[in-house]
Every structure is written in C-alpha cells, then in structure tokens.
Ligand binder design. Structure first.
Ligand code: GTP
Ligand code: IMP
Ligand code: MG
Length: 333
C-alpha cells in the first residue's frame, strides 16, 4: 500500500484471488479495484471453510469495509455481475465504471461457435474476445447504457485517485496471467488484452507514477488451461505422482500442470515491474507445511525452493501461501 497492483506471473490461475483476499483483510485498503479482461477469469477464495468462485467481483470483497470497484478496462457481463451482487450481498459498496464494455449474448454465442476461438485457441467461451472486438470496432455498448447497472455506475479513476491523494490504501486486482497477455504472451494462444501491471493501472485509471508496489503471483507448479505452448508442462502421470490435479473455476476444464519456470518468471517480473513475489502452493511441494503461518514452520525443502525463486526472479518473496484458505499464509513483509 498505498497503491498496490497484484498480477499473475504465469498463465493465470496462480492463486491471485487467495492472495488478494488475504491482503484486503490484513492491510485493510479503502478500495479494492479490479482490472483485467472480464468474466473469463475465475478467482477462488476460501474463508473459514466457505468457498467463493468469483468471476466479476473483486476478491477483496471479503474485507467488508472496502469499497469494491470494477475499472473501465474490464468487460462486464451484467448477468454474471448482478447475480454475484445478490449472492454476496455487496449492493451498497460495489461500483462499476460507466465506461466498462458490455458482454452481450451475441458475444457469448460468437465465442462459443467460432472454430478458431473455441477450437484452436481454447477460449473460455464467456464472450470476452468478441466483446473486445466490438469495443475496438467502436460498436460496443457501455455500462452507462444498461438500465440494470445504473445504481452502480461511478467514475472509478476519480474514486481511486481521490483515495490515493488522501493517503489511503488502494489494492488493484489483476486477472489472467503474463503468459496469456495479448502483447507478451504466447500469441495467438492468448486472451484479448494485455495482462501486465501497466494494463491493470490503465484499467482502473491511475498513471504509472502512482504505483507503489507490484505483487507478482507465481504458483510453485504453474498451470495452463486452453491451448498453447507450455515449456515446462509435465506428463499427466508425473502430475498424478505428485498428487496435483486442478480444474478451471469458470470452464471446469482440467488444468495442465508444469514445473517451476525460472526463465519465464524472471522475464514476467521484469515486464510487470514487480517489487515482491507472492508464491502459492508450496504445500504441493511439501505437504508437511500445509497451513503454516510462520517462517519457522517451513521445511528445508520449501526454504530451498523460496531461495531458488528469489535467485531466478531477482525479487524478494514476501508472501508464501501454504494452502487455499485465506489464513494459510506466511507474511514476510
Ligand atoms: P484467474 O484470475 O482466473 O487467473 O485465477 P486466480 O489466480 O485467482 O486463481 P484460481 O482461484 O482460479 O486458481 C488457483 C487455485 O489454487 C484455487 O483453487 C485456489 O483455491 C488454490 N490455491 C491458492 N493458493 C493455494 C495454495 O497456497 N495451496 C493450494 N494447495 N492451493 C491454493
Ligand atoms: P478468452 O480470454 O476466453 O478468449 O481465452 C483465451 C485463452 O486465455 C484461453 O487459453 C483461456 O483458457 C485463457 N484464459 C482466459 N482467462 C483466463 C484465466 O482467468 N485463467 C486462466 N486462463 C485464462
Ligand atoms: Mg482462475
């Protein structure tokens, strides 16, 4: 804090939702604002055994005093967002920028029926690609035109910059991951927008000079869903031996599992301007550390891995996640 951006350093699903929910609860920012593509993302947050699968709502909603905002760069599917607002009971503190692009049913149909998007690229079928095409074509509809969203409309950059001027904390929540960035990822097997920290700043309307910290999230065993190259991918047999199996939050597709990729991690930390690393899933490396909250509870195996990550990335590891639950974390800040 004050202005902290959190991004994914591999191919998405690094556990950003978990880390954000912890930071929101622990650091108590005044605002948690979401950047990123849209409801193609699925953040999983587990608080005291209760599991939330969020597609539009910032994961920082778990901090009940926080204002939760969706930046202008984010595509909104009103059906998904309105359902989450009701389920999570956040009506009185959620704000949507009036300039957010809208996902129409025709965008979802186009995403799901397009052989290239659905078949070759393996899109999530949530309409994000076609909705961004509409926006770039200057034919898109914006949040300000949707009657059901009127009660939530706001100017996100104004709220965020005003909070920062007053010295308050703002947590900016990125979605997706570096490897599926439209600019820097494994094109054409990428999402429909950049996914780096600079893009997240633009999505919520702050300039580069306002950013204090960039937290990059890496998972100990990176994963990838959808098509495209994955240099350190391991065989299904090897993943089964390690007892690692994951399924997508949005599409329920089986995630491909890989080994730590130090080269990719260093390059992505560079482009993101990372100031600290959050490392998730060390309990998959060594189940003995599951649930640890103190550094001295970590094993030699995990400490060696953390040292390797710091050497590879060149940025200190400050948060070590030892399980999916919000409280399962070692905070070294
Ligand atoms: P996107 O925004 O879609 O990229 O997702 P995300 O980065 O928020 O990650 P997502 O929640 O989709 O996937 C991460 C998975 O790992 C979830 O099932 C989390 O509950 C789980 N998880 C997060 N941290 C840890 C951890 O330290 N250990 C274990 N075992 N699981 C974790
Ligand atoms: P789209 O963003 O739905 O067009 O999907 C394009 C590619 O990005 C596909 O390989 C998806 O699986 C991947 N993708 C998009 N969003 C996420 C995410 O939040 N986590 C992981 N993969 C994603
Ligand atoms: Mg996800």
């Amino acid at each position: 804090m004050p202005a902290t951006i959190l991004v994914g350093g591999f191919f998405g699903d690094e556990g950003k939702g978990k880390i954000i929910s912890y930071l929101a609860t622990h650091d108590q920012p005044e605002i948690v604002a979401r950047g990123g593509v849209g409801p193609n993302a699925g953040h999983t947050v587990i608080v005291k055994g209760k599991r939330y699968a969020l597609r539009m709502t910032p994961s920082g909603f778990v901090q009940e005093s926080a204002r939760i905002l969706i930046g202008a760069g984010v595509l909104v599917d009103p059906r998904v967002l309105l359902e989450e607002i009701e389920t999570l009971k956040i009506r009185d503190r959620v704000g949507v920028d009036r300039r957010c692009g809208i996902i129409e049913l025709e965008h979802i149909d186009a995403d799901r029926s397009d052989a290239h998007l659905k078949g070759t690229i393996g899109s999530t079928g949530t309409g994000c690609g076609p909705a961004n095409v509409a926006r770039v074509s200057r034919k898109g509809r914006l949040a300000k035109d949707v009657p059901e969203l009127q009660a939530f409309l706001t100017d996100v950059p104004l709220e965020v910059n005003t909070a920062l001027d007053a010295g308050r904390g703002v947590l900016i929540e990125g979605t997706q991951g570096f490897g599926i960035s439209l600019l820097y990822g494994t094109y054409p097997f990428v999402t429909s927008k950049d996914t780096s920290a600079s893009q997240m700043a633009a999505d919520v309307g702050i300039g580069p000079t306002r950013v204090d910290d960039v937290v990059i999230v890496f998972k100990s065993f990176p994963t990838r869903v959808g098509e495209g190259p994955f240099e350190t991918q391991m065989s299904e047999e090897r993943a089964a031996e390690l007892q690692i199996e994951e399924y997508g939050t949005v599409t329920h597709r089986k995630r491909r599992i890989g080994a730590w990729d130090g080269k990719m991690a260093r390059y992505s930390a560079m482009i993101n301007g990372a100031t600290m690393v959050a490392l998730t899933g060390v309990d998959k490396l060594d189940p003995a550390v599951k649930g640890a909250t103190e550094r001295d509870e970590l094993s030699a195996k995990v400490n060696e891995f953390v040292a390797l990550v710091e050497k590879d990335v060149g940025v200190p590891v400050k948060l070590i996640s030892t399980g999916p639950e919000l409280s399962e974390i070692v905070d070294l800040r």
